[in-house]
Structures are given as C-alpha cells and as structure tokens.
Ligand binder design. Structure first.
Ligand code: SF4
Ligand code: SF4
Length: 85
C-alpha cells in the first residue's frame, strides 16, 4: 500500500492556538488556490462558551505537507521529526 503522506505527522497544541487561521488560509491556497478556511485540510474551531480556546483537527485530505506548521505564528503546529529552525 502506497503512503501518500508527504511528511511526518503534524502535532497540534491547541493551548497555543490564537485562532488566527493563517494555517487554514495557507492550506486552502495550496489546494484550492483561494483563501477559504472551509476548504482547508486543517480545521480550527472555537470552543463553545470559550473566548480564546480552540480545537484543531485535520481532515482526510491532509497529506502532512507541513505548510501550516511552517506558517503558524504561535507555534501551535509542529511537524514531528523536523528540527526547529
Ligand atoms: S499539513 Fe499541509 S495538507 Fe495538512 S493541514 Fe497542513 S497545510 Fe494542509
Ligand atoms: S496558524 Fe496556528 S495559531 Fe493560527 S489558527 Fe492555525 S494553529 Fe492556530
């Protein structure tokens, strides 16, 4: 069985997430050539009843390309196995 994943898994630390959506915008730009978080392979959801708490998840479409992790300004996404620059 061929593994279509491009890289090591992305580790998400939701406690560091600020909900900026940079990751989702970058991901949707890659897949759809547009800035549309609804079309990204990463989903950022604000927790109900919380002002600044988020839940991070990935859809089946995610192939661990690492773009979102590279662009997250808050260090909430880390691609495992890649040393921090
Ligand atoms: S690793 Fe790539 S495909 Fe997966 S959510 Fe991040 S940018 Fe999108
Ligand atoms: S780029 Fe980072 S801080 Fe911004 S929404 Fe995505 S995971 Fe959260």
């Amino acid at each position: 069985m061929e593994d279509k994943k491009k890289g090591p898994p992305i580790s998400a630390d939701a406690s560091k997430c600020a909900g900026c959506l940079v990751c989702a915008l970058r991901c949707s730009l890659r897949f759809e050539k547009e800035f549309n978080p609804a079309k990204a392979a990463i989903r950022i959801r604000r927790l109900v009843g919380a002002e600044n708490e988020y839940e991070i998840s990935f859809t089946e479409k995610c192939d661990n390309c690492g773009l979102c992790a590279r662009h997250c300004p808050y260090g909430a996404l880390i691609q495992l196995g890649k040393a921090a620059a």
